[in-house]
Design a protein around this ligand. Structure first.
Ligand code: NAD
Ligand code: GLY
Length: 370
């Protein structure tokens, strides 16, 4: 069965289709209904293309849609200036016109990169997200944040550009490496922690079975996550208010990712998992959050295998460098730190003018194990 969710954004509203085997059964038809011309350009990465490009091309062919494909390297390095420039030149070589639709087939990297390319190519093309990693299915494919990285930090060059359709086929997760699955799981936990205690309780009960591959449970979790994200995006598309809650753990995470050179040594979801734990630790230190809630979150991490500490990476962390990243965060204003902190499970909030010294102390303890 396929669930059909909706992101309600007026004339920019779109559907999210979630289900098992949607790629071979329903995707072509759904795409045919939303595109302006029967010509699309698929962007995928080398891993995903090997498994799923054929399936998508066949589904499009059945609808007489002409597709060409561009394959980028797998991994975060494809969100660099140079990879973006290569992609743009490759797209332009295909002579797109304003009715051409780009399709992102892959994880969050392909989605962010393709979405950004779509937002600037010929001053704006339509694009469709077909997320194939858990992280992309539950988070990055929905909401229209697109972008690439700079040496100064993650996603600092980007745009808001909503897709016109999202198709999440949970069967594609069968080929996703286990570590990537866990990385995506962190973003599901995030929805429970920011404002949905019943979801967190459901995860406490079902996550271990879900992560062992039970498709019905995975589908349920993807639907719950997309619904949670769609509601927040519909209420605050451009992050003027509550959408900032989706950045729970991310200020820490982006700094850790930058300090590991956006490399495989720390995946985005792993960094987010660690960042959320640090946000809880800082909140407990500030007297904002009960230790009992922190202990419950920690127990869930231990039960599922989410990384708990920056010491997960074999690295001597430079605390000053991490602190410096926080001041460059998109939420920082005039050098004052803004963090998403918490009053407990499901009670995240945006805190402005956060005390640097508590953040530094939290980092030192977490990074050095004191
Ligand atoms: P990714 O795109 O690098 O995918 C992870 C790895 O899994 C890659 O090697 C990829 O080739 C492989 N892969 C993907 N699907 C597969 C499948 N079905 N079978 C086999 N291999 C598969 O990383 P990700 O974790 O999907 O996304 C991380 C990116 O998403 C980061 O750049 C992050 O900043 C971004 N992000 C964006 C948003 C947003 O709102 N735009 C939200 C969260 C994260
Ligand atoms: N992943 C954060 C957001 O979409 O706002």
């Amino acid at each position: 069965m396929t669930s059909n969710l909706r992101v309600a954004l007026g004339e920019r509203s779109y559907d999210i289709l979630v289900g098992q085997h949607v790629l071979g059964n329903g995707a072509g038809d759904a795409i045919a209904r939303v595109i302006k011309s029967k010509s699309v350009i698929i962007v995928s990465d080398e891993h995903v293309a090997r498994f799923y490009l054929h399936r998508l091309s066949n589904a499009l062919e059945e609808q007489q849609i002409r597709s060409r494909s561009i394959i980028v390297k797998a991994g975060e390095a494809s969100k660099s200036y140079s990879a973006f420039a290569d992609l743009m030149e490759n797209i332009l070589e295909q002579k797109p016109d304003r009715n051409t639709t780009l399709i992102a087939l892959g994880g969050g990297v392909v989605g962010d990169l393709t979405g950004f390319a779509a937002s600037v190519c010929l001053r704006g093309l339509d694009f469709i997200q077909i997320p194939t990693s858990l992280l992309a299915q539950v988070d990055s494919s929905v909401g229209g944040k697109t972008g690439i990285n700079s040496k100064f930090g993650k996603n600092l060059i980007g745009s808001f550009h909503q897709p016109i359709l999202v198709i999440a086929d949970v069967e594609t997760l069968a080929t996703l490496p286990a570590r990537e699955l866990m990385s995506g799981y962190a973003e599901i936990v995030k929805y429970g922690l920011i404002n949905d205690p019943p979801l967190f309780t459901w995860l406490e009960k079902n996550a271990v079975e879900m992560l062992s591959g039970k498709r019905e449970l995975v589908t349920e979790a993807v639907v719950a996550s997309c619904n949670a994200k769609a509601a927040i995006v519909a209420a605050d598309e451009k992050e003027q208010g509550q959408r900032a809650l989706l950045n729970f753990g991310h200020t820490f995470a982006h700094a850790f990712e930058a300090e590991t050179g956006f490399s495989q040594s720390l995946l985005h979801g792993e960094a987010v998992a660690i960042g959320m734990i640090l946000a809880f630790q800082a909140s407990v230190k500030m007297g904002l959050c009960d230790k009992v809630d922190y202990a419950r979150v920690k127990a869930h991490y231990e039960a599922t295998g989410l990384p708990l500490s920056p010491q997960y990476v074999q690295k001597e962390w430079n605390i000053d460098a991490l602190m410096e990243h926080f001041t460059r965060d998109k939420k920082a204003k005039d050098g004052a730190l803004t963090f998403v902190l918490t009053h407990g499970i499901g009670k995240a909030f945006v805190a402005n003018n956060v005390d640097n010294s508590v953040i530094r102390e939290t980092l030192v303890e977490a990074c050095r194990g004191v």
